[in-house]
Design a protein around this ligand. Structure first.
Ligand SMILES: [Zn+2]
Ligand SMILES: [Zn+2]
Length: 161
């Protein structure tokens, strides 16, 4: 077990926590610490932490994703509540359709988020992660719109939508 759990050492809240369910809190923090996935943009102005496992990723070959990412877009969908962002004021949003906005760093331009605004999940670009992702691409979508200059590997699910 790691000893690097961060917690306020002397705050009043912590002291009362300690009296009530200190051990439960420690166990919860340790579990979450083990499953943290950290990422950042190219310049480091935006840092992202995702708590919990990263679900298998999708690769989207639609025209919007290809233009915004510069190639095709690979991302993992996670609950919005599991994501914390440092440097959020550097995240710019582009409303790419009625229901979706795309987030990028206002300094380096790195693609970060695909956000379906009416849902409580958000897609994080796979290129963001600095730590091992422990996941993989499980499907390629909108393959009918793919570019003509690359081949999608065989053996992975492909869909036209
Ligand atoms: Zn940046
Ligand atoms: Zn797409």
């Amino acid at each position: 077990m790691r000893a690097s759990v961060t917690r306020p050492k002397s705050s009043r809240q912590f002291q009362s926590f300690k009296r009530k369910d200190f051990s439960l809190r420690i166990v919860t923090e340790l579990i979450r610490e083990e499953n943290m996935h950290k990422g950042s943009c190219l310049c480091g102005a935006v840092k992202i932490t995702v708590a919990g496992e990263l679900p298998e990723a999708d690769a989207c070959h639609c025209t919007q994703c290809r233009k915004q990412s510069g190639h095709y877009w690979a991302s993992t969908d996670v609950p919005t509540s599991s994501v914390s962002v440092t440097g959020e004021d550097h995240v710019r949003w582009y409303q790419s359709s009625d229901k979706v906005r795309r987030g990028f760093c206002d300094t380096c331009g790195a693609s970060l988020f695909w956000d379906p605004i009416h849902h409580d999940k958000i897609a994080i670009a796979m290129g963001v992660f600095d730590t091992p992702t422990d996941t993989k691409i499980w499907s390629h979508i909108f393959v009918a719109d793919k570019g003509d200059y690359y081949t999608i590997e065989e053996g992975v699910l492909q869909r036209d939508t």
